[in-house]
Ligand binder design. Structure first.
Ligand code: OOB
Length: 537
C-alpha cells in the first residue's frame, strides 16, 4: 500500500488546533474573507492588467464553474504548469473551489517530470500555456495524455490547438464552493529530492494557511506591501514564505514579473512602488551588479534571499547597493521555514539563516547515529511541526528513509544551531545539487546517463560556482574510447530524455574509473575534493 497522505497523530493535530494554528479554514473560505475585506484594493498587477480583490474572487468563481462543468470534483489532482501570469491565482483558487488540488509544476519542467506527475497522481487534468520561452507546452500535453490514462482534460492558456481553451465563462453561474475539510490536501508542492523520481508534497489547507499567516506576521506585511513576484510563482518560497499568498492575506499588492532579470524587474519596482521582493542568491548577484552600474530603485524596503546558501560577504552588500534591508530565508517545500527577523542585528542577518516560524517547530540536530548534538556543533537537521509533512504522496519506501519513526523529516541539510536558536546552514548530506536554487537530484541524472550505450558508470556531483552556487558535473566511465563529440552527445541524451533544462549536466568529465568507498559505493566525497582542488571557482 502506498499512502496518499500521512496524517499527523490525532493528539498532535488536536494540539495545533487548540493553539489556533489550524483554524479549519479552507482556501476558498480564506479567499471569500480576504476579498470581502479588501474588495476594492489592487490584488495583482501583471503588465497593464490590474486585478482587484473583488475581481480575483469573481475570476476564481468563474474558473471554478469551468472546472465543475468539465467534471472536475473534490479529491481530483490537477497538474498546473503556468508561467508568471495573473491567471495562475484564479486558476488555482478555482480548482480549490471545486475541491481539486493543484500540483505546483514549474515552467521549466519537461516531459519526464510532467508525465510522472500526471501518471503518479492519476491526475484528471493538466493546465498549462500554449508557449513559453520558445517552448511549445502543447507538446508536453500530448505526451501527458499518452502517458496518463486518467487525464480527462488539458486546459491551455492561449492557442489551445486540439485542447480546451483555459477560458472562464462570463458568468459564474450558481455554484457554491464544494464543501471541503480544511484537514485535507489543498495543493501539492514538489520536492527537489535526492532520489530518481521527484516527490509530491501534500499540503493541507490547515497547515499551509498557518505557514502563510505566520510568515506574513513575521515579515510585518500589511495593505501597503507591494511585493514583486520574480521567482516562479508555483515555488514554495515565492508562494508562501510569505510570498504572494502572504501578501494577499495582508491585503497588499502582488506585482508579477514575467522574468527575474534586472532589466525587467527594476522598471517594475520603480513604476509600482514595490516595497519587497524575494530572490535566490544567484539572482541577487545579478541584481547587485546591475544596481552598481544603473542605480537602485528607491522604494524597495525588504529583500528576502533564500533557496540556496548566501555568502556573508554578498549578504552585507544588500543595504548599501540596493538600499534596503536583507532577510535570509531558509525553507523547504516539505514545511519548515526559518527567517531572520526584521530588526535583527547585522551579525544575525548576514551570518545566519534565521530561526523557525513557529514555537512549535521541533528542530533536532543529530549526528550520524541520530543522537542530538550540542549547540554550536554541526549535525543533520531533523524537524517536525504544525506545517511540516509527515510523509510524501504515494512513496512508502522512500518515506521510511525520509522520516524517523517519531515523524521527524530528515531534511538532508547539515546545520549548526546557535545558543540563541538561530540556524546556520553549513552543509548538505543529501545527494542533491543546488543550482541557483533549482534542485537537481544526482540520482535522476545518473539513471538517464546510464541508459546511454557509451556509459559504463557515472556519478553526478556539484561543482562550486561563483554565480550559480553550484554547477552539475557528471563523471563518466565509458564502455569504450571517448569520441570528440561524446560530451555533447551525452548532454543531448539527457535533454532528449525530457528532463527540465536545468538538469542537463554543465560539465562532463571522462574518468578511467570512479573512486570507491570501502563498501564499494561511488566515493562522491573524493570526486568533490578532486573538483575543488582543480577549480578555485
Ligand atoms: C526552498 O525550498 P526547496 O524545497 O526548493 O529546497 C529546500 C532546500 C533545503 O533543504 C536546503 O537544502 C536548500 O533548499 N535551502 C537553503 C536555503 N534555503 C533553502 N540552503 C542554504 N541557505 C538557504 N537560505 O528552497 C525554499 C522554500 C521556502 C522558503 C525558502 C526556500
Amino acid at each position: 500500500m502506498n499512502a496518499d497522505f500521512t496524517p499527523w497523530p490525532p493528539d498532535v493535530a488536536a494540539e495545533y488546533r487548540r493553539l489556533g494554528y489550524w483554524r479549519g479554514e479552507t482556501f476558498s473560505a480564506w479567499l471569500d474573507r480576504t476579498s470581502r475585506l479588501h474588495a476594492h484594493r489592487t490584488a495583482l498587477i501583471h503588465g497593464d492588467d490590474t486585478v482587484t480583490y473583488a475581481d480575483l474572487h469573481a475570476q476564481a468563481e468563474r474558473y471554478a464553474t469551468l472546472f465543475a462543468r468539465s467534471g472536475l470534483q473534490a479529491g481530483d489532482c490537477v497538474v498546473v504548469q503556468l508561467p508568471n501570469r495573473a491567471a495562475f491565482f484564479p486558476v488555482c483558487f478555482g480548482l480549490m473551489r471545486v475541491g481539486a488540488a493543484p500540483i505546483m509544476a514549474l515552467p521549466a519542467h519537461r516531459e519526464r517530470e510532467i508525465t510522472f506527475f500526471c501518471a503518479h497522481t492519476d491526475a484528471r487534468a493538466y493546465v498549462t500555456v500554449d508557449e513559453h520561452g520558445g517552448f511549445d507546452h502543447r507538446r508536453l500535453a500530448r505526451a501527458a495524455v499518452a502517458a496518463a490514462p486518467s487525464l480527462r482534460h488539458v486546459f491551455i492558456l492561449g492557442d489551445a490547438a486540439e485542447f480546451t481553451p483555459l477560458r472562464a465563462p462570463d458568468e459564474a453561474g450558481d455554484l457554491p464552493p464544494t464543501p471541503v475539510d480544511a484537514s485535507t490536501v489543498a495543493l501539492y508542492q514538489l520536492s527537489g529530492g535526492s532520489t530518481g523520481t521527484p516527490k509530491l508534497i501534500p499540503r493541507t489547507h490547515d497547515d499551509y494557511l498557518y505557514s502563510v499567516r505566520a510568515s506574513a506576521d513575521i515579515c510585518a506585511l500589511g495593505p501597503d506591501t507591494v511585493y514583486l513576484a520574480a521567482l516562479p510563482l508555483a515555488h514554495n518560497f515565492p508562494l508562501s514564505s510569505p510570498g504572494t499568498l502572504g501578501v494577499l492575506h495582508a491585503g497588499g499588492t502582488v506585482v508579477i514579473a514575467p522574468d527575474p532579470t534586472p532589466t525587467t524587474t527594476f522598471p517594475l519596482i520603480e513604476r509600482h512602488g514595490v516595497t519587497m521582493a524575494a530572490l535566490v542568491p544567484a539572482l541577487l548577484l545579478v541584481w547587485l551588479q546591475h544596481a552598481r552600474t544603473h542605480g537602485t530603485p528607491g522604494c524597495l524596503q525588504l529583500l528576502q534571499v533564500g533557496g540556496a546558501p548566501l555568502a556573508a560577504d554578498v549578504a552585507r552588500q544588500v543595504p548599501d547597493v540596493l538600499g534596503c534591508a536583507l532577510q535570509q530565508v531558509f525553507g523547504m517545500a516539505e514545511g519548515l521555514v526559518n527567517y531572520t527577523r526584521p530588526g535583527d542585528p547585522a551579525s544575525l542577518v548576514y551570518h545566519t539563516q534565521g530561526r523557525p516560524i513557529s514555537l512549535h517547530d521541533e528542530v533536532r540536530i543529530v549526528n550520524d547515529d541520530d543522537e542530538d548534538v550540542p549547540a554550536g556543533v554541526p549535525g543533520h537537521l531533523l524537524t517536525r511541526g504544525p506545517y511540516t509533512i509527515r510523509g510524501y504522496f504515494r512513496a512508502d519506501d522512500h518515506n521510511r528513509r525520509a522520516f524517523t519513526p517519531e515523524g521527524y523529516y530528515r531534511t538532508g541539510d547539515v546545520v549548526t544551531r546557535r545558543a540563541d536558536g538561530y540556524l546556520e546552514v553549513t552543509g548538505r548530506h543529501k545527494d542533491q545539487i543546488n543550482r541557483a536554487g533549482e534542485k537537481v537530484a544526482a540520482e535522476e541524472i545518473e539513471h538517464v546517463l546510464l541508459t546511454h550505450p557509451a556509459v559504463h558508470d557515472v556519478a553526478v556531483v556539484g561543482l562550486p560556482d561563483a554565480w550559480l552556487g553550484e554547477r552539475t558535473c557528471a563523471f563518466v566511465q565509458l564502455t569504450g574510447a571517448a569520441t570528440p563529440r561524446l560530451a555533447l552527445d551525452l548532454k543531448a541524451h539527457v535533454r532528449a530524455a525530457g528532463l527540465a533544462d536545468y538538469k542537463t549536466p554543465d560539465l562532463i568529465e571522462f574518468v578511467d574509473a570512479l573512486p570507491r568507498t570501502a563498501f564499494g559505493k561511488t566515493n562522491k566525497v573524493a570526486l568533490r575534493a578532486r573538483l575543488n582542488e582543480r577549480s578555485p571557482q
